[in-house]
Design a protein around this ligand. Sequence first.
Ligand code: SAH
Ligand code: SF4
Ligand code: F3S
Length: 476
Amino acid sequence: MKRENKYEVTSLDIQNQQEFIEAMKQYNLQEFAKTQKVKKYIVVTYGCQMNEHDSEKLAGMLQNMGYEETDDKKGADLVIFNTCCVRENAELKVYGNLGALKNIKKNNPDMIIAVCGCMMQQPQVVEAIKKKYRHVDLVFGTHNLHKFPELLVNVKHSENMLVDVWEQEGEIIEGIPSIRKYGLKSFVNIMYGCNNFCTYCIVPYTRGRERSREVSDIVTEVTDLVNNGSKEVTLLGQNVNSYGKTLEEKVTFGDLLRELNKIEGLERLRFMTSHPKDLSDDLIDAIAECDKVCEHAHFPFQAGSNKILKEMNRVYTKEDYLESVEKLKAKVPNISLTTDIIVGFPGETEEDFLDTLDVVNQVRFDAVFTFIYSIRQGTPAAEMKEQVDEKTKHERFNRLVSRINEICGEINQSYQDQVVEILVEGPSKTDPKKLMGRTRQNKLVNFVGDESLIGQIVKIRIIEPKSFSLNGEVIL
Ligand code: SAH
Ligand code: SF4
Ligand code: F3S
């Protein structure tokens, strides 16, 4: 994919966006005077925490414009789909749901439909929307999200679909209003984009080059969250281990963890994702030293075969990965490890797949996200000749998942009668009469308890381990 034009974003733009927010607010007030109805919006988010965070920004901007959130598309004046294209099924879901909006809009012709996010960074997707989804009013991308107020004002004055997608990222923009969905647990982006270009992955093309936020901006945001009731913060980036490389200040991810560990009132600090090629000894030391940093690392290995890892451009070997795991386990006792695995990457033989199973057997992960390789147009792996057939991919996938489930079940069984510390989050999703929380290792625990425990760190004895969660009782 070609990359052109460097877009400069200045503080003037941000002031301008404030003016557009104000203009929309005035417009909505006038509409309210006429109709006595507050304008409603819904943001539907697909994909990862990057998109979740962008949706919080969209919600923040909309609420400053006087919009109110609804969970019903039918009654909404504005529907935004924030899309993901990491695998084909993510895209198909968006197309399906976008198609369904056509009928809803027939009954509500004034409804504005906007689509944004990673899918829009692919020219062929924008073309498909222009041709087949003409009920869409606005298309924008990941790099100009801060311009949304201006685009929305322009949509109001435009008869045709408005499309504004920037091919390349600008500077990081701080200070966009945002609405936080989580009280107790919050997510904080410490960097954007990715420089790794794993050959299967679309993210570097949709999110641009890696940029790290300044330490001071992150510290201010986390402090602010803690002052507003957050107890646990997860630091986000496609590869947090390379944090700081784009900053003038000489600072590493380990330094950032040590800095955030000083924040009073913060109970737990998590992070994801860690790329194995950048796991330094200093970072392992920081995880071990910092009492707030939880004993859990999401550490994707993707494939066990050195041949496949090379073709994936992951820049580590199976042996490097296993060595890093050993170091982590030695320095951080009780660390739980989770990972991502892709099966059916082009050229993967039965022998290569057995290497993946071997890593699973050796490391014994606490949880694994398993994916069937999905061709992403524009990535190098899409052009590779030896694509694996669907039947083989599914057969390997099923074998992998059943082995992973066995191991996870065994690990959970080992928790029988153990005492764990959990942060109580709220009612259990599976049994509303119970409460739920997570251990520092990120294990889900359900238990009977009083609602006054929500937000507290509580000691629990595990009385019944299950395959994917643990049942426990409060220790008084
Ligand atoms: N930056 C993170 C992951 C981002 S995408 C990391 O490097 O770990 C989340 C996961 O989706 C990846 O870890 C990978 O396992 C999976 N994935 C990405 N592209 C894929 C593709 N084309 N097909 C199948 N799985 C894919
Ligand atoms: Fe994709 Fe690799 Fe970057 Fe993760 S590190 S986002 S898998 S290119
Ligand atoms: Fe995330 Fe999907 Fe984009 S995984 S970065 S929303 S392609």
